[in-house]
Design a protein around this ligand. Structure first.
Ligand SMILES: Cc1cc2nc3c(=O)[nH]c(=O)nc-3n(C[C@H](O)[C@H](O)[C@H](O)COP(=O)(O)OP(=O)(O)OC[C@H]3O[C@@H](n4cnc5c(N)ncnc54)[C@H](O)[C@@H]3O)c2cc1C
Length: 278
């Protein structure tokens, strides 16, 4: 399956995993943490990466947790997209998880792997961005909990050897009114042209998008414009492309002009459906 030899480790705690990572790094073995393996195995097969060792995180109990604890939902980084699709705590996350890849892939694909992966889409992060989730990270220096918003800028800014352990979502964020639209070229199993979600938070609309730019994002500037009640809905939609945090993707799935036109149409619908338009 993988055309070269590598070592495999299955630690039972984050401390053990971080220690193994440090040891293997010192020995120049280029270790990688392993979640569902869908991206790692594909890239190893293509030989675009050649790790000397894989550290499987699924033996660490807290990374597979999916439970409400007081006023928070705790989601372990190794919870699969199938499990997320089947849970009732956070309906928007279930809905987003349901449209990533196909059922067989979702059985392996983990939330942590989707967030930490290299591909541009990383769609499962969208509801976590709009829900103001926190991330729990662990490494050689210990553990920290930070707002996802502070650590996610195009990618999750992990220190070398750091593990994404859990995502924590405040309970009041779990069942907010929401809207989601995923556009594909051919059908649901495709990577998306883009996937946009909108969440009503008191009188403000939170918006997050994947696939439109080279990375998923929630942008304060874009949200400010989208929520600017001094402007007509049409003006907000017209100005929105100037406030994107990156250029619009132009690839074999769709041109930048096509993506932009479709996205603006959906943004207008989002404003209408969620009460943001007059
Ligand atoms: C056929 C197919 C279709 C797909 N379609 C889509 C799609 O439409 N939209 C979409 O968003 N995704 C899609 N994906 C998934 C995406 O491409 C990634 O492959 C996937 O999200 C990786 O998840 P994983 O659990 O398999 O991660 P892995 O392959 O295990 O790891 C991916 C990366 O994350 C790191 N990592 C994993 N877990 C952690 C952790 N807890 N802490 C720190 N680092 C970690 C690994 O070291 C590695 O660098 C698809 C995948 C396949 C195979």
């Amino acid at each position: 399956m993988i055309p070269f030899d590598l070592e495999y480790y299955l630690p039972e705690s984050t401390e053990e995993a971080a220690a193994i990572f440090a040891e293997l790094s010192e020995a120049d073995k280029g270790p990688l943490y392993y979640g569902g393996g869908t991206e790692i195995v594909t890239m190893c097969r293509q030989q675009t990466i050649k790790p000397g060792a894989l550290i499987d995180l699924k033996g660490i109990p807290e990374t597979t947790a999916l439970e409400v604890d007081g006023d928070k939902l705790i989601i372990g980084a190794n919870v699969t997209l199938t499990e997320l699709n089947e849970q009732d705590y956070f309906p928007l996350l279930a809905k987003v998880a349901r449209v990533v890849a196909d059922h067989t892939v979702r059985n392996s694909l983990t939330l942590g792997g989707n967030i930490c992966g290299k591909l541009p889409y990383r769609e499962a992060i969208l509801p976590l961005l709009t829900a103001d989730a926190d991330v729990v990270l662990a490494g050689r220096e210990g553990r920290r909990t930070e707002p996802l918003e502070d650590l996610f800028d195009k990618r999750l800014k992990l220190e070398k050897g750091e593990i994404l352990v859990q995502l924590i979502v405040p309970k009041e964020e779990l069942k907010r009114k929401s809207w989601a639209r995923r556009r594909e070229k051919h059908g649901p199993v495709d990577y998306p042209l883009y996937h946009m979600i909108g969440v009503q938070k008191k009188d403000q609309l939170a918006v997050a998008v994947s696939g439109l730019c080279a990375f998923p994002f929630r942008s304060a500037e874009l949200e400010k414009k989208v929520n600017d009640s001094a402007l007509s809905a049409q003006d907000r939609v017209d100005k929105a492309p100037d406030l994107l945090p990156g250029t619009i993707r132009n690839d074999e799935i769709g041109s930048d002009d096509y993506r932009q036109a479709l996205w603006q149409r959906d943004l207008a619908e989002l404003l209408k459906k969620m009460g943001g338009a007059e």
